[in-house]
Write a protein that binds this ligand. Sequence first.
Ligand SMILES: N[C@@H](CCOP(=O)(O)O)C(=O)O
Length: 464
Amino acid sequence: MDFISTRGKIQKCGFIDAFLMGLADDGGLIIPEHIPVVPQDQLKAWEQLSYQELMFEIFSYYTNGEIPDEDLKALIHDSYATFRSPDVTPIHTINESLHVLELFHGPTFAFKDVALQFIGNLYSYVSKKQNKIINILGATSGDTGAAAIQGVRGKEGIQICILHPHNKVSKVQELQMTTVHDDNVLNLSVEGNFDDCQRVIKELFADIEFKNKYHLRAINSINFVRILAQTVYYFYAYFQVAKKQSIDAINFSVPTGNFGNIFSGYLAKQMGLPIGKLILATNENNILERFVKEGIYMPGDFLSTYSPSMDIQIASNFERYLYYLNQKDAGKVTELMNEFQQNGKLVIAEADMPQVRSDFDAHGVKGAECLQIIEKYNKESGYLLDPHTACGVAAYEACSDKNEVCVVFATAHPAKFNEALELIPIEQQFPKEIEQLFNQPQYQTVLDYSKEEIVKQLEAFYKV
Ligand SMILES: N[C@@H](CCOP(=O)(O)O)C(=O)O
């Protein structure tokens, strides 16, 4: 399996090189040259596998034997040893048409742990095997940063710097990042929003001289390994539901900001998993919903919402989808991305819209609807949703027929967003790992939004 760029201007490379490159050196995103299709009898056999065994099988389609089987198995095993559920991502069934896939049983109580605990271990493995310096640079709207820091803290040969938007993440998210006081961790709290943070890191990754000098590595979903690791739970969810009831295709409703989590579903579907609808669940920052409904991809005004992890306007992984929508024409993708850069908007050809609408459906939650859904499900079924998952459930209600089966992703534990939950008359409980954060000192540098200032901080922090 070789890896290429959506812009077509890098040499084909193998799995580890694709992992280390993060953002493609031509400014595009890395994708597999061909998406492998899993034969039906293989899919059937996978039904009985544990999460870890399934992940090994899926990764083996992509790793080209670059990681010996025993090493890959050990990496996978170690990555999920810290999870609070033996199933890694267990299913909670509300009724026959609605299942919630709990993706928050990792150390930082969000779905990001599922990929990032593995990625932390993989960076450590590569650093030791190839004697490589790993300087991670990432941007977060709250969850990625906490999970990535947790995945690499204290690991030899790895430094991590995370940019988060100052005062625009939840208190628990902020504490999860900034109470870590390890020498290899730097938290920069930037006056701006997530899009500002993501823009700077993308510019730095696209500056090849800087990227190579400082050995920059990515943990955001620009890194294809993030996408691949997230496909595993689509397969696992399907098999768990299939054990409970007879199903054909199932729908997935996915809270999404950077288009990474749902793009993993697109990949799983191309690999042959019987997925019906992929439903994009967003909040008021609804660029993706407008794209599906109107065919226009154009950022609107940034809004702070009850679901801050999805307070994103420019979705990195959208470019991966554009590549497939345009029949893998890298020249066309380059043209479209340049157009977006210049005009701040992309208009999808009318002829392509039936395809878009058969690939995705979408619903954007507005204000009170998020809290109403949390209250309603708590009252009716005693299940507590976090605000992002509530967007997913609202999108299920809007887009999935009741005679279809839908899995909604619970992307975070509700305790991470107590500010929103306090607005509803329900009882909240904090897991002890979260409760104890409130008594700890914080370590972060607050910065104006200035690329020069950020670069100065990185140059002082990274070992080269
Ligand atoms: N919602 C994310 C934003 C970064 O997205 P990623 O999937 O590219 O890491 C977060 O919580 O940080």
